[in-house]
Design a protein around this ligand. Structure first.
Ligand SMILES: [Zn+2]
Length: 262
């Protein structure tokens, strides 16, 4: 296993490149070397395909028939989607997830990655959880992440990453790579945002589930993250802050980039 270093996405690339290229003692690198270093440093994720799924959608609540219909979610069916939760002041999970996803996409594209979001805006309905997984399968994503925030009783707080458990005939091929993705996301998110591990679910910021269609229907490495509890005052204040959401996005992009360089 590669040792995990807490440095920015760009710094990882720069240090990796610097270590890989033997520079002349005098006169600096030759022009081709310098160009190679510059190119690799600027676009370290070139060729990588990433799907970011902002959980829920802004108009789900207006279309219960659409989002309540049952869709394949593994060896069983589940509702197409849900409305998601909100802070006590009314800041909605779907708005939070879309904002963080958009910020994360911008950061990863700047590193050269091809990034797909599962929904283009925050004013639509769906798509269903199986369709969100299907997009990543279709574009053969190297990795996918579904961004959420929880709605638990108010004294509970912290974040957790949800890994796919083994579901026969479904998640077998993705269980192990998703675990590595989850480790990288967990490390980067705690380091970058200061969020503690959830004190009410999972263990050390990780939970394993076999009931989520978004994971069961995925053929590519995928995790969910519940960034905090929107019903907790401390977590809610963070999620309402645009500056903190940027930190969340940077952290998620850093963790994703680390996974993609494994
Ligand atoms: Zn959610």
């Amino acid at each position: 296993m590669v040792a995990w270093r807490a440095v920015s996405v760009g710094a990882v690339a720069a240090s990796a490149v610097a270590a890989a290229v033997v520079l002349p003692v005098e006169g600096g690198p030759s022009r081709p070397q310098a160009q190679a270093v510059a190119a690799a440093t600027a676009r370290p994720l070139a060729g990588k395909v990433i799907v970011i799924d902002p959980g829920h959608n802004g108009r789900n609540y207006k279309h219960p028939k659409v989002i309540n219909r049952k869709v394949p979610a593994g060896p069983f069916k589940k509702a197409c989607d849900t409305t998601g939760t909100a802070t006590d002041s009314g800041y909605a999970e779907h708005a939070y997830t879309f904002d963080v996803a958009t910020r994360m996409a911008r950061l990863l594209r700047a590193q050269g990655a091809t990034v797909h979001l599962t929904r283009p805006n925050d004013t639509g309905v769906g798509p269903c959880v199986n369709q969100r997984a299907a997009l990543a399968n279709k574009v053969r994503a190297h990795a996918a992440i579904s961004i959420h925030a929880d709605g638990a009783p108010g004294k509970r707080r912290g974040f957790h990453v949800i890994l796919p458990g083994y579901v026969k005939g479904y998640t077998g091929p993705i269980v192990t790579p998703s675990k590595w993705l989850g480790y990288d996301i967990r490390y980067a998110f705690r380091k970058g945002t200061g969020q503690p591990y959830a004190n009410y679910i999972g263990r050390d910021g990780l939970d394993v589930r076999t009931d989520l269609g978004g994971l069961n229907m995925s053929k590519v490495p995928k995790v969910f993250i519940e960034c905090g509890n929107m019903r907790n005052a401390t977590d809610a204040a963070r999620m309402r802050s645009a500056a903190w959401r940027q930190r969340a996005a940077v952290s998620l992009a850093t963790g994703m980039a680390h996974y993609l360089k494994r």
